[in-house]
Design a binder for this molecule. Structure first.
Ligand SMILES: *Cc1c(COP(=O)(O)O)cnc(C)c1O
Length: 389
């Protein structure tokens, strides 16, 4: 009798790159223009069209981190200012604030959504507060219907970290069109669509867009594409600020053009897996992920399960058990208030963030990606059920 082959490991995340993406990259490589050029321009135009609202400027950058930095810089945020964001996020959301010499004020989450608590934001406002950065955690929209008017009342700028939120809707409108000052998407390898590394900044504000275009390419006062499109040989340019090197290459944009075409189908595939998980875990001692308001779309970037207090395993034991069963998991996130840099710089204590702390201690993210087949989804379900049941 031959032993059954070991079940292949189910990784936590896998990109879904199709033949069209590959052919477009090959076309780019053969074209003679591999840095920012015609494919990036097309990707930006397609991205604006995807959001479907006139007057939006979409600017491709080489990461969401770069995009968040550019958005805050263009808004004039600097030393002496404060920016409020959620403790329950990736460090990139907050680190860009420090790039500008600005102080970060972390606040707790709403346990019902795991997104930033709008009342906590309002309570944290001081005369130095200039902006607030909500995160659409896991792909579920933050409470923008309350946050945007509150920010406007206090004269605060709003920069949305939409790294998880393509496509997400809020009150029926796609994130990116909600009327904040800027929205930043990520195309990192494990996000809802990818360019390997990359991001997109979206704004309605023409002046903000102009500043971001200048600063993403060395502070050169000329559009990143002019060197490609110029009809006359043009060697002259002016540097008006010490800018950054944050432009996206045409190789990356070639991937993005085709990933974007699949973004809605990707969302449907992830939503179907999430619905299977929800049904399969309904009777277990767990809290399944918060659902969108009726009629709204959840991007389902992450499927975050929380253990109930009467679960027979700890979160760490469950992750260990799943790993032994050949299933990769992750935790989103170790809250910033526990990270040495943020904890020590701002003297933060877990008691200041009870909801984030409580959720963190009980949460894990299960595999959720379009290349998971029904049998792999079933293996995850069976493993979770046998460990917790
Ligand atoms: C991934 C991520 C980022 C950073 O995106 P990059 O494109 O890798 O720079 C920022 N914020 C959140 C919440 C993220 O998940």
């Amino acid at each position: 009798m031959t032993p059954a082959p070991p079940s292949p490991f189910i990784p936590f995340a896998l990109p879904d790159i199709g033949d069209d993406e590959i052919a477009e990259v090959v076309d780019t490589l053969k074209s003679g223009w591999i840095t920012t050029g015609p494919k990036t321009r097309r990707f930006e135009e397609d991205f604006s069209a995807f959001l479907g609202v006139a007057g939006l400027h979409a600017m491709a950058v080489n990461s969401a981190t770069a995009g968040l930095h550019l958005a805050l810089e263009a808004l004039g945020i600097g030393p002496g200012d404060e920016v409020i964001t959620t403790t329950h996020t990736f460090t990139a959301t907050a680190e860009v604030v420090r790039y500008l010499g600005t102080d970060v004020v972390l606040v707790d989450i709403d346990p019902a959504t795991l997104c930033i608590d709008v009342a906590a934001v309002e309570a944290a406002i001081t005369p130095r507060t200039k902006a607030v950065m909500p995160v659409h955690y896991a792909g579920l929209a933050a409470d923008m219907a309350r946050l945007l008017p509150m920010a406007r009342r206090h004269g605060l700028k709003v920069v949305e970290d939409a790294a998880h939120a393509l496509p997400t809707t809020c009150g029926g409108q796609l994130v990116g069109t909600l009327g904040s000052d800027a929205t930043v998407f990520s195309f990192y390898a494990n996000k809802t669509m990818t360019t390997g590394e990359g991001g997109m900044v979206v704004t309605r504000d023409a002046d903000l867009a102009k500043r971001i275009q200048v600063m993403r390419l060395h502070g050169i006062n000329r559009d990143a594409f002019d060197r490609f499109t110029a009809k006359v040989p043009s060697w002259y340019y002016e540097v008006i600020a010490p800018g950054f090197k944050y432009n996206l290459s045409d190789i990356a944009s070639a991937i993005g053009i085709h990933q974007l075409k699949r973004a809605i189908a990707f969302q449907r595939a992830r939503a179907a897996i999430a619905a299977r998980y929800d049904a399969a875990f309904a009777d277990l001692p767990v809290i399944t992920p918060p659902q969108p308001l009726s009629g709204d779309m959840h991007a389902w970037h992450l499927y975050v399960l929380r253990l109930a207090d009467d679960a027979k395993l700890t979160r760490d034991e469950l992750i260990e058990g799943l790993y032994t069963a050949g299933i990769g998991c992750s935790v989103h996130y170790i809250p910033l208030h526990l990270q040495p840099y943020w904890r020590d710089r701002y003297k933060l204590q877990p008691q200041q963030f009870p909801h984030s702390q409580h959720a963190y201690e009980r949460m894990l993210s299960l595999p959720l990606y379009t290349r998971m087949g029904p049998a792999e989804v079933q293996r995850v379900i069976d493993a979770v059920r046998s460990l917790l049941g």
